[in-house]
Design a binder for this molecule. Structure first.
Ligand SMILES: C[S@@+](CC[C@H](N)C(=O)[O-])C[C@H]1O[C@@H](n2cnc3c(N)ncnc32)[C@H](O)[C@@H]1O
Length: 243
């Protein structure tokens, strides 16, 4: 089993990241919607939707949303919010494709770069391009790999709900790894997150020979300008050209 199928489906992932909450999702979604002003009846795809925090807020704003994820547990939570215009689906983003269907596709909070083979990342970009309507937008929110490597906090310990998380971080020239050692009562568990260090140029490269073009780039959830050294996030807006 791949690390991302295991870790994101575990309760410990949700406990460790529970501070990444609705409030944060609301800020980002409100700013994205303000920026691209999608039509009233626009259809969104939230690729790697998790428990659906961004999808649910988009739907509250009146948009139709499909959420797609690999984690059954996350989807079970998300599905409690389903309605006529909001639905969640168990799919792998490498296989998922819904031809020319979406006005906007979002991939938020580093839901990309998990695969061993870089060709899988390219495959996801191909699926996104094929799934977008003409002039549709693709918004990806990833970490700024320059900053992640430079400021890597090698060791960290957290206690949440009486569970101890010891986190060791390391990187090589391709990936950043987070080894997570968990002690819950007397039981110990270990998970490793492994995310490819993708920079702006590599993302542009994934879009090469596809019908999507980078039109804007931001460095945080308030959508301030991106700075290669200082920004925490790398938020890229692509638009599909007419084909
Ligand atoms: C860091 S979480 C972010 C979840 C959500 N976007 C959020 O901000 O709350 C990444 C999500 O991507 C999902 N994921 C990982 N690999 C996937 C794949 N191959 N296809 C679809 N979803 C995937 C995980 O299950 C997880 O829910």
């Amino acid at each position: 089993m791949n690390w991302f199928e295991n870790w994101f489906d575990s309760n410990y992932y949700h406990i460790l990241y529970k501070n990444r909450n609705t409030k944060e999702a609301v800020v980002l979604i409100d700013n994205i919607v303000k920026l691209i002003s999608p039509p009233k009846n626009a259809l969104f795809l939230d690729l790697g939707c998790g428990t659906g925090r961004h999808s649910i807020h988009l739907n509250k704003k009146g948009f139709c949303v499909h959420g797609v994820d690999l984690s059954k547990k996350s989807l079970m939570q998300a599905k409690q919010h389903e309605n006529k215009t909001l639905s969640f689906h168990l799919k792998d983003m490498r296989q998922f494709c819904n031809k020319k269907k979406y006005d906007v596709i979002i991939n938020l909070f580093t839901s990309f770069g998990y695969f061993d083979k870089d060709s899988d990342n390219k495959k996801v970009f191909q699926n996104i391009e094929a799934s977008l309507k003409h002039n549709g937008y693709f918004v990806i929110d990833f970490f700024n790999s320059n900053k992640v490597v430079r400021d890597l906090k090698k060791k960290e310990q957290k206690q949440i709900d009486n569970i101890i998380f010891k986190i060791n971080r390391r990187h090589d020239n391709k990936f950043v790894y987070k080894d997570i050692y968990i002690t819950d009562k007397k039981n110990n568990y270990t998970f490793t997150e492994k995310v490819r260090l993708i920079n702006k140029e590599q993302f542009i490269n994934y879009s090469k020979n596809l019908n999507i073009k980078l039109i804007d780039i931001f460095g945080d959830y308030s959508l301030n300008k991106y700075n290669n050294e200082l920004s925490d996030r790398l938020i890229m807006i692509f638009q599909k050209n007419n084909d």
